[in-house]
Design a protein around this ligand. Sequence first.
Ligand SMILES: [Zn+2]
Length: 127
Amino acid sequence: MNLFHRKVIEDPTHEECGLGSETVLHVLCQCTKAREVWTHCNLSHTIEGQGEFTDILWRSGMNPNNGSNLLDIILMIAWCIWKNKNEVRHGGRKHTAAEMFETAIRLLDEYNAAQEVPVQHREDQPA
Ligand SMILES: [Zn+2]
């Protein structure tokens, strides 16, 4: 949709499905391909409801019944959907829902590992 507003593309219709305008909400949540991914991840219930994608994130992050990493995994899956959409646009291969979920989990593990503060042992400290 932004590309349409910026006059980069002439038609706001999502090329991949031809069924909706290429908004963030459509591409990440409403499009057939996106729905496949969320269903595969057992997270389709999290992307239901009114509002924009940011509203979905807000609801997911603020619900005390949700696990603390739900928002992280939703964001990582969304990023994988968006990234693959752009890869396909530039001639890349369309990933399956399972591949996108695996990639999201792997990237989230790598991110979390990078956040861990290395344990400094007493003998490593300068005297
Ligand atoms: Zn679509």
